[in-house]
Design a protein. Structure first.
Length: 501
């Protein structure tokens, strides 16, 4: 089926296969990456433009194919894995083979009813009432039958246990009326009341039991409904996290950044943030921990984990030697397998209950070399501040070293002056921070071995260096990078019969 039309391929060179589905569309498969591309007839050669959203669905890296070689480093395998905590806070964990699970849920019936959905709760509540009505109606029917009331309906001198009942339907109505203290009109001229006479003590006992049971059911259901309406889980719907996290420099250190916000006017009391990373680790004894949890410091010692959510806050985790991200660079992050879980907890001001909101970030959702847009504008008219929530998830690219924090410490990058003029995307001299790999060091300093003295800092100088080279292509914003591909193998899927021959 596959026709090899390529020549001169190296033995160790990976093979790129193109499947032709239609006239102008092609499907690339290279190192487990699947890429859909469209032919441009005007230019006379094939050029593929990869959209970041399309690539995320396949777990691939955006790039452009335009020649005859492939960079293995840029096309390293990136595995898409299912997240443990969904973006809306739901935990993606199922439980199987739990012994006596149903019995344990029934023992904790109140919590079980709180956790089930509303439609199941309403069906269950209705079932409680209907079952109680039918159950006591059957008891009343048996009492009336044993007393002989059903056989003496036409006897005016007979004193029944329950007046004005003639069959099971009328007895069922009596059960409903007695449990909810209502009266049903069965005649247009007067009301026919059903009541228990003093000749039947057993019916009186059943009526008392039904009244107590009905009161318990109503109280139980009212408590369940109130608790479900006042659950802090609903309060978490107005607590939002940024869709993506960022890694950039702050005060000369790489930091993991994400944003949280509260859209209500009534804010959380004692709100605090926690970060945990979940990944597979291997102990010194060789034990494999598939879902090992590690705490990520967001300033517990200094109280920075407690936030005042009057406005959106950017949470910062400094990537130092204690951080789980200490050895991750921009390139290694592309193939990393971990999940960062963000937890926001606080007390609801109106109810006093503790609310918790969750989200998570995969490596593909961490933008290396980005910062969050500013949200605040000062209103001169009323002297207040305005928050633009439309910019809550927006980020912009800044110059950031693509080395890991560990590598940066080894290179002693503290001797390099990272000026803030590059953080807006363009330096003062016109250098684009996204396309140039220069960084600012004082004149007369090498930036590698000799520290800079204040007297030598007379004028800025731009030197090429790998320390502050731009992020890898998979982390550049709105950029399409050109790499080369090997000789290709073309398969025409539109003519399947000819291919099979």
């Amino acid at each position: 089926m596959v026709k090899n039309r390529s020549t001169g391929l190296l033995p160790l060179q990976p093979q790129l296969t193109i499947f032709i589905f239609e006239e102008n569309f092609f499907l690339f498969k290279y190192m487990n990456h699947i890429v859909l591309r469209k032919e441009r007839k005007k230019t006379g050669f094939l050029q593929q433009v990869a959209l970041s959203h399309s690539f995320r669905s396949f777990g691939a890296i955006p790039f452009v194919i335009s020649s005859n070689d492939v960079s293995r480093r840029l096309l390293q395998k990136k595995v898409k894995r299912s997240r443990l905590v969904k973006k809306n806070g739901e935990v993606n964990v199922t439980r199987n083979n739990v012994p006596k699970l149903e019995r344990q849920y029934i023992r904790d019936l109140f919590t079980t009813l709180l956790d089930v959905k509303w439609r199941y709760s309403l069906v269950l509540f209705s079932g409680f009432f209907v079952i109680s009505w039918i159950f006591f109606a059957v008891i009343y029917y048996v009492i009336c039958w044993l007393h002989g009331d059903l056989q003496h309906n036409s006897d005016e001198h007979w004193t029944p246990c329950i007046t004005n009942v003639f069959d099971f339907t009328s007895i069922f109505l009596f059960s409903v009326e007695s449990q909810h203290t209502i009266v049903c009109t069965t005649n247009k001229q007067f009301i026919i009341q059903k009541y228990i006479t003093t000749n039947c003590s057993s019916a009186i006992t059943v009526l008392c039991a039904q009244s107590i049971y009905g009161l318990l059911i109503q109280s139980f259901i009212a408590g369940i409904v109130f608790a479900k309406l006042a659950r802090p889980k609903n309060r978490a719907e107005t607590l939002i996290f940024s869709k993506y996290a960022c890694i950039s420099l702050r005060n000369g250190q790489l930091c993991f950044l994400f944003r949280v916000g509260d859209m209500r006017d009534t804010h959380l009391v004692e709100a605090h943030v926690r970060l945990q990373i979940i990944r597979k680790t291997v102990t010194e004894e060789g034990e494999i921990l598939p879902l090992d949890q590690h705490e990520m410091d967001v300033g517990f010692d200094r109280g920075l984990d407690r936030v005042f959510l009057v406005w959106p806050m950017t949470i910062c985790h400094v990537i130092d030697y204690r951080s789980p991200l200490y050895e991750y660079s921009a390139e290694s992050l592309a193939s990393a397998q971990f999940e960062v879980v963000a937890i926001l907890e606080g007390i609801v001001e109106s109810t006093g209950m503790t609310a918790q909101a969750l989200t998570s970030y995969l490596p593909s959702e961490i933008n290396w070399g980005h910062r969050f847009e500013k949200l605040f504008t000062y209103q001169k008219v009323n002297g207040g501040y305005q928050v633009d929530w439309s910019l809550f998830h927006n980020t912009y690219a800044v110059r950031t070293p693509h080395y890991s924090a560990k590598k940066l410490e080894e290179l002693k990058v503290t001797n390099v002056n990272f000026t803030s003029q590059y953080y807006d995307g363009t330096s003062d001299d016109g250098f684009d921070s996204e396309t140039h790999s220069s960084f600012h060091v004082p004149s007369g300093c090498s930036g590698e071995t000799t520290p800079c003295s204040p007297k030598n800092q007379d004028s800025p100088k731009f030197l090429d260096s790998n320390i502050l080279s731009p992020p890898p292509p998979q982390f550049r914003s709105n950029k399409i990078n050109h790499v080369e591909v090997p000789e290709i193998v073309v398969v025409n899927m539109s003519n399947q019969e000819e291919g099979e021959q």
